[in-house]
Design a protein around this ligand. Structure first.
Ligand code: ADP
Length: 477
C-alpha cells in the first residue's frame, strides 16, 4: 500500500480560504478509497474548527523551536491529520495568511518555514510517529521548502508539488531568508533564490520530482510569459516533469439531491423544484420574487484575478436588462466599497453579502440560473463545476480550468448535447457583456435552457477519474 504524506496549509472543513482547502479535504478521502494510506499535515491554527478529538503525539525541535504534533482526523473520514502546533506562530485568530484585519502575517516566512521543517522531520520518520511515507505530496508555496529541504536528505521519499495558483509565490526579502537559517546550498538562482529574493514556490518547482497543476490548460499557460510571473522559463525547462490534472469535487458535499443547506433538494428528473430554491434566494435577499427573471450569482474572493472589475464595468448595463444579480464575496476593500454603493442604489436588482458563508454558497448554487466566472486566469476553478452539478449555467472566460470544463453554447454543441455554458475569450468587459446577452437569449428558450442544465448535471466531476490520475503518477515514482 502506497504511503502518502499530504502537506497543505488548509483543508475543508477544518479551515478554508479557497479552493486549496476543498482539494485537501476531498482528494485524500478519494485516495483512501483507492487503497492508499494518506495522512495530512497542516499547521494548528487557532481558527481550526472540528468535531473530532485531538491527541498529543510528539514534540520535535527544528531550528531551535519546539513544535508539537497533534493527531486528529478529517471530520467524518478515516484520514489522519497531523497538526503542527506552535502557538507562537499559529495561536492567533485570523486565517492562515492574514490577521483579523486582513493584513498579511508579518512573520509568514517564519511560520511556513517552521511548518516545512516539521513536515520534513515527519517525512523522514524523525517525528516519533513511526511512519515513513513513500511520497510527500506538497501543495502551493506554503509547503515549497519541503521538496528543497528533502533534496538534501539521503534515502528520502519521492516528492510531488502541486501548484494551485502561481500568483502566490511566497516571495520574501533576502534579509528574511537570512533569519530562516536555511541550508546555504539551496540559495542559488537554480534553487530558492528569485531575483535576489527568497521564493518558497521555487523550492517546489525546482526540487520536486514531479510537478502537477490543477488543469491541463493552466499547465500550458504557466509556461508562457503572460501567466508565468517570470517562472515560465523554469516551468518549461521542467515540462517533462509537469502535468495538469483537473480537480475533482466532493460529490457528497456538493450534491443537490442530498444537500441539507438548501431549501428544496432536486435531481435531473425533479429539476422543476430548483425554482423553489430561487424563490428562497429572492426572499432572503429582498429581491422581487419573480420566477421569470434569471438570477445571476457570483461567489468569490474579491480580487482582480476573478474579474470583479469587469463585472463592475458591466453592472450599469446589466441594470437595464431583465435579470437579478446576487454576490457573495470577501476581499479587497475597494471592490467591497464599490459593490456596496451600487447595491444600495439598486436593491431591487442587486444584492450583496460581504463575508464568507459556506451555507449561503450552497443556496446560491441551488437557486441561481447563471454563475459568473470571468476570471483573468483560473488554475482550475471549482464553482463552475459545482454550478454544473446544480443545473446553474456558468459564464466563464476561456482560461485555465474554465477552458477545460465549460463547453460553449454553439449550434453544434447544442445539437450534440455537449454545451454546458457560455464562454468568452477576451478579458474585457465588452466580451463579458456579450456573453451575458447571449445567455439571456438562450434563457428565453426554456427547452434549450433546460437541455443546457441537464448537460451540465450529467457530467461526472467527482474525484473518480482525477484521483486515479494521481495514483498513476504516484505509481511512476
Ligand atoms: P480560489 O481557490 O482561487 O479562491 P476556487 O474556485 O478554486 O477559487 O475555489 C473557491 C472556493 O471557495 C469555492 O469552494 C467557493 O465556493 C469558495 N468561496 C469563495 N468565496 C466564498 C465566500 N465568500 N463564501 C463562501 N464560499 C466561498
Amino acid at each position: 500500500m502506497k504511503k502518502i504524506l499530504f502537506v497543505t496549509s488548509e483543508a475543508h472543513p477544518l479551515i478554508k480560504t479557497g479552493g486549496l482547502a476543498d482539494i485537501s479535504g476531498s482528494l485524500p478521502k478519494a485516495l483512501v478509497g483507492l487503497g492508499v494510506d494518506v495522512r495530512l499535515i497542516m499547521p494548528n491554527y487557532q481558527a481550526i474548527k472540528t468535531t473530532e478529538d485531538i491527541y498529543y503525539k510528539s514534540t520535535v525541535r527544528v531550528n531551535n523551536t519546539d513544535a508539537h504534533i497533534l493527531e486528529t482526523r478529517l471530520p467524518d473520514t478515516q484520514v489522519p491529520v497531523w497538526l503542527v502546533d506552535c502557538p507562537e506562530f499559529f495561536g492567533f485568530p485570523g486565517n492562515p495568511y492574514v490577521d483579523e484585519q486582513g493584513n498579511a502575517w508579518p512573520d509568514s516566512a517564519e511560520r511556513f518555514a517552521l511548518f516545512c521543517r516539521v513536515a520534513v522531520e515527519v517525512a523522514m520518520n524523525r517525528g516519533y510517529l513511526d511512519w515513513m511515507p513513500d511520497i510527500v505530496h506538497c501543495n502551493d508555496w506554503q509547503s515549497g521548502l519541503v521538496p528543497a529541504l528533502l533534496s538534501l536528505e539521503a534515502s528520502r521519499p519521492a516528492t510531488v508539488f502541486t501548484l494551485h495558483n502561481l500568483a502566490y509565490q511566497g516571495l520574501f526579502p533576502k534579509a528574511v531568508a537570512d533569519l530562516l537559517n536555511l541550508p546555504r546550498q539551496l540559495w542559488s538562482p537554480a534553487g530558492i533564490e528569485f531575483n535576489g529574493m527568497l521564493s518558497f514556490i521555487k523550492g517546489g518547482l525546482a526540487y520536486a520530482d514531479r510537478i502537477t497543476t490543477v488543469s491541463p490548460t493552466y499547465a500550458k499557460e504557466i509556461q508562457t510569459a503572460a501567466y508565468g510571473y517570470g517562472l515560465e522559463g523554469l516551468l518549461s525547462y521542467r515540462k517533462d516533469a509537469l502535468t495538469g490534472i483537473i480537480n475533482g469535487i466532493d460529490a457528497d458535499q456538493w450534491n443537490p439531491e442530498t444537500d441539507t443547506a438548501i431549501s428544496e433538494r432536486y435531481t435531473i428528473s425533479t429539476l422543476s423544484k430548483k425554482r423553489l430554491n430561487k424563490t428562497a434566494l429572492q426572499i432572503r435577499h429582498a429581491l422581487p420574487v419573480d420566477g421569470s427573471l434569471p438570477v445571476f450569482v457570483l461567489i468569490s474572493r474579491l480580487v482582480e484575478q476573478k474579474g470583479i472589475d469587469m463585472i463592475m464595468d458591466c453592472l450599469p448595463e446589466m441594470l437595464t436588462l431583465p435579470l437579478q444579480f446576487i454576490l457573495l464575496g470577501k476581499g479587497e476593500s475597494r471592490f467591497e466599497q464599490q459593490l456596496t454603493t451600487i447595491a444600495n442604489k439598486h436593491p431591487d436588482k442587486i444584492a450583496i453579502t460581504l463575508g464568507y458563508d459556506e451555507a449561503l454558497a450552497h443556496q446560491l448554487e441551488a437557486g441561481a440560473d447563471v454563475f459568473l466566472m470571468p476570471s483573468r486566469f483560473e488554475p482550475c476553478g471549482l464553482n463552475q463545476l459545482y454550478s454544473q452539478r446544480y443545473g446553474t449555467v456558468p459564464i466563464a472566460r476561456k482560461t485555465g480550468g474554465l477552458a477545460d470544463t465549460v463547453i460553449d453554447v454553439l449550434p453544434e454543441t447544442l445539437s450534440n448535447k455537449t454545451a454546458t455554458g457560455f464562454v468568452f475569450t477576451q478579458a474585457m468587459s465588452g466580451s463579458l457583456m456579450e456573453a451575458i446577452k447571449r445567455t439571456l437569449i438562450v434563457y428565453s428558450l426554456p427547452k434549450t435552457w433546460q437541455q443546457l442544465q441537464i448537460n451540465g448535471m450529467q457530467k461526472d466531476y467527482s474525484w473518480n477519474s482525477s484521483a486515479k490520475e494521481y495514483m498513476a503518477l504516484y505509481e511512476q515514482l
